[in-house]
Design a protein around this ligand. Structure first.
Ligand SMILES: NC(=O)C1=CN([C@@H]2O[C@H](COP(=O)(O)OP(=O)(O)OC[C@H]3O[C@@H](n4cnc5c(N)ncnc54)[C@H](OP(=O)(O)O)[C@@H]3O)[C@@H](O)[C@H]2O)C=CC1
Ligand SMILES: O=C(O)[C@@H]1CCC=N1
Length: 271
């Protein structure tokens, strides 16, 4: 991939995951700048050779690609501070949940090439999953760069309709947290039944990794088949799954993901 100069606005959790993932894949640190007002966060990047700055405007002016990575609540202020920058030759990538391309255009009128990306933190270990959307006017070269950038730290999937980015947020951005919550609950339960936290973690992480690898490496098997292959009639797994069913796990998961989408839709109107 081309090594364009990239400036990240916001050096928080998601920027750390993407930038450290990119460095792991050999993206030159000298081509990356991270802007934040938090010196402690900036130090994490500086110690890996990434350029750091508290002067957003100056850094953005020098970059070919700008990644907006502040919280949606902070989008307006962050963009207002960039109003003097001419974005017409730059690619603007927004990883912010819920902020539409129309809103971004209103905030930064000179930005004609906007790609929305909904990544997730497994980018840190090169196993990210990112949904992408670009309005029809975005030039192909910039779309390709955005895809290559995210492909360097995981898998990508374009959506045609911007409204689908709400659902994508439930599917990529937020979804690692569902699995982490499940693992937290498993660890608590195993600890309560006598394993140490560390033992519990080892059983859970390897089982999760093994299950995920089976899903990836055995695409001929549906999730249902993989589950059924573990579940002996009248056995231990069936006893566990019966409790999940009794407590309507599928319905709970659906409600949780609907809440994620609804919050994204609400945030789109708020910020
Ligand atoms: N975390 C995740 O898993 C994912 C997050 N996202 C999206 O990524 C974005 C960032 O999320 P996340 O990394 O978790 O958030 P964080 O709060 O961890 O990081 C945002 C950082 O930006 C800083 N910041 C705020 N305003 C400015 C500014 N004007 N200039 C420079 N830095 C600024 C914040 O500082 P301070 O805290 O001091 O204000 C903070 O350090 C969000 O919009 C979120 O929707 C998307 C997918 C997944
Ligand atoms: O929770 C959030 O709002 C952000 C967006 C997706 C993941 N984290």
């Amino acid at each position: 991939m081309q090594h364009k100069s990239i400036c990240f606005i916001g050096g928080g959790n998601m920027t750390q995951a993407i930038v450290f993932g990119l460095l792991k894949q050999g993206y030159p640190a000298a081509h990356i700048t991270v802007c934040d007002h938090n010196e402690t966060k900036l130090a994490l990047f500086a110690e890996r050779g990434v350029q750091i700055s508290t002067n957003n405007e100056q850094s953005v002016k020098q970059a070919e690609v700008v990644v907006l990575a502040v919280k949606p609540q902070a989008a307006e202020a962050a963009c207002a501070a960039l109003s003097a920058v001419d974005f017409s030759d730059k690619l603007l990538i927004s990883i912010m949940a819920a902020i539409s391309s129309q809103r971004l255009t209103a905030l930064l009128p000179s930005a004609h090439n906007i790609v929305r990306v909904m990544p997730n933190t497994p980018a840190l270990v090169s196993e990210g999953m990112a949904g992408l959307f670009a309005p029809t006017n975005v030039v192909a070269e910039f779309k390709q760069f955005a895809q290559e950038l995210l492909s360097a730290v995981g898998k990508t999937c374009w959506v045609e309709q911007e409204s689908d980015m709400h659902v994508v947020t439930a599917a990529s951005g937020s979804s690692p947290a569902y699995f982490f919550l499940f693992m937290e609950a498993m660890q608590q339960a195993l600890s309560n039944m006598g394993l140490t936290e560390q033992q519990a973690r080892e059983f859970i992480q390897q089982s999760a990794l093994g299950a995920a690898k089976m899903v990836v490496e055995k695409p001929q098997f549906s999730f249902t088949t993989l589950r059924e292959n573990v579940t002996s009639k009248g056995g231990t797994t069936a006893a566990a799954l019966a409790i999940f069913e009794q407590h309507q796990l599928a319905s709970t998961v659906e409600q949780a993901m609907q809440a994620c989408v609804a919050r994204s839709q609400e945030m789109e109107k708020l910020f």
